[in-house]
Design a protein around this ligand. Sequence first.
Ligand SMILES: N[C@H](CCC[C@H](N)C(=O)O)C(=O)O
Length: 252
Amino acid sequence: MVVSKYSASGNDFVIFHTFRKIDRSGVAKVLCNRFSGIGADGLIVLLPHEKYDFEWQFYNADGSEASMCGNGSRAAAHYAFVNNLADKKMKFLTGAGVIEAEVEDNTVESQLTPYKFLGKYEDFGKKFKIYDTGVPHIVILENINNFDKNLARNLREKYNANVNWAEVRDNKLYVRTYERGVEDETLACGTGMCASFLVAKDNNLIGESVKVYPKSGEELTVSLKNGTLYFKGKVKHCFSAVMDGKNERDFV
Ligand SMILES: N[C@H](CCC[C@H](N)C(=O)O)C(=O)O
């Protein structure tokens, strides 16, 4: 059984494709473990689908299933293309709905599912908005150096959402994200960057398209075209590995 390791702007994933749709929560915890496993923020499994190029299962590193992952959608699209599972332009089914993606060399653009505004809040001494961009995100619009992991944990637990600090500087958007299901800050979070884009746009701080820089410092682009979010950036196929041994049947 061959699995691939991808990094999408620092958000990293283990990816493979198979036929059986089974619960892979346990497998996700094993493979994503950064000490005894391959190490990743999430596991992505591609499965056959009668209507779309494929459907996927997405698991966070803690084994929790999530409906969408922006960076994961870009990595999955690249994986599907290079493994001849789809053409450069593809449509695949996620828990949040159908994602359209286009691969151009190692750059991939994903079209996200319709976003939802979930409200404006003030709590723990912070004012913030919550947007669902496939998964729920709290966005605090202030200097990203104010990122506070303990506060993020409290907000994540109370609102069951990912937590972002977002800041606009020189017409560029900087984002730091505490990710649900990784239970730590990640080097990038795609749906978080898109939620941060929406809040910055609500405040008229940016236009219809902006360069976004996550913790990794890699450059991505978020755009809003006819009310739809587009998310573009590079992905890296780090390596592929053969997984064998007694528990192989656990996850194929
Ligand atoms: N941790 C997120 C899912 C992955 C989102 C993130 N990796 C992205 O790129 O959108 C959650 O459980 O809501």
